[in-house]
Design a protein around this ligand. Structure first.
Ligand code: HEM
Length: 287
């Protein structure tokens, strides 16, 4: 019997076990909070929001597996990517069901809202994309489709990431702090793939590229935020940009994106200095 917490050789993988359990925690918390009346005056709406956040986060985590396993030289991270992706699909199904419940299970209304409201259309397109990835996530489907076609299909995850961020931004209206952080991080994640494809050597991207990407993603986030405030509220570009250098406006999204990128680059540098070369590791394992 294959358990989700076992690795490919059938042995217990602590990494898989921890991630498997952790993926249930947000849903468990929301169910608990709902049951005990901890979700405020509009509990169903709050549950939709919280589960929405826990849909987009695993999508980002799944996208982060490739960069993280390379930068941190942690190849075993691949063991949890499928699990995280399937969890994202499970969360979007709950998110969608809660939304349907908030419409009193009036499926005709739900369908018409999806057609009429652009942010719901976009969210639903992302849901369909996740469904396609989840349905083809088994080893059997990888074999049936063939590695190349499977990989091509699973590139859909990039489009799903973009749709998820747009859905998030559109429904947030005024509160754009976290959506802007997510948009900046998505820029970093997609930029990493682009640089890897263009400048990677043997599937590896040199750390200076990762550092440069982090700076560009930070600047891009600041410019994106300023452009949004200009278009939505006619706010002067320079005033929004200046806020990134002021302590009074709190930590701005661009600073968060830059800090995460720089921290990752630094972690990669430390790892490169401390990791034993693969050959040495093999020799040690044989002794
Ligand atoms: C992969 C697909 C999806 C992702 C990643 C996603 C993510 C999110 C996120 C992050 C939020 C905002 C949470 C917050 O601000 O605290 C949200 C809100 C919401 N989503 Fe989704 N969602 C997806 C698909 C859908 C679908 C298919 C529907 C329904 C057809 C839907 C309906 C809603 C609704 C109604 C809200 C709240 C809007 C409001 O209160 O004004 N979402 N979603």
């Amino acid at each position: 019997m294959v358990f989700p917490w076992n690795d490919y050789s059938g042995r217990l993988s602590p990494l898989r076990l921890v991630v498997f359990v952790a993926l249930f925690v947000p849903a468990g918390w929301v169910a608990f909070a709902y049951g005990f009346g901890l979700l405020g005056a509009r509990p169903l709406n709050e549950a939709i929001h919280q589960i929405g956040l826990w849909t987009i986060r695993p999508i980002f985590l799944a996208l982060a597996v490739t960069p993280l396993r390379q930068i941190l030289q942690w190849p075993r991270l691949i063991l949890v990517r499928r699990m995280i992706g399937v969890a994202a699909f499970a969360y979007v199904l709950i998110h969608f069901m809660l939304y349907t419940a908030s419409e009193a299970f009036d499926f005709a209304k739900v369908a018409s809202e999806i057609v009429l409201r652009i942010y719901l259309t976009i969210g639903f397109a992302a849901l369909l994309g996740l469904a396609a990835l989840a349905a083809t996530s088994t080893d059997g489907m990888v074999r049936r489709l063939g590695g190349k076609r499977w990989q091509l299909l699973h590139r859909l995850v990039y489009a799903i990431g973009v749709l998820a961020v747009i859905h998030y931004c559109f429904q947030s209206k005024l509160e754009q702090w976290e959506p802007t952080v997510m948009a900046g991080l998505l820029g970093w994640l997609l930029g990493y793939r682009l640089l890897l494809w263009r400048f990677g050597q043997r599937g590896w991207l040199a750390l200076p590229w990762v550092g440069a990407l982090s700076v560009v993603a930070g600047i891009g986030t600041a410019l994106g935020e300023a452009a949004y405030f200009r278009l939505a509220f006619r706010a002067p570009l320079m005033r929004v940009l200046d806020a990134n250098f002021s302590a009074q406006t709190g930590v701005r999204p661009a600073v968060v994106v830059l800090a995460i990128g720089v921290a990752l680059t630094a972690a990669g540098a430390v790892r490169a200095m401390t990791a034993r070369p693969a050959k040495q590791r093999l020799r040690a394992a044989r002794v």
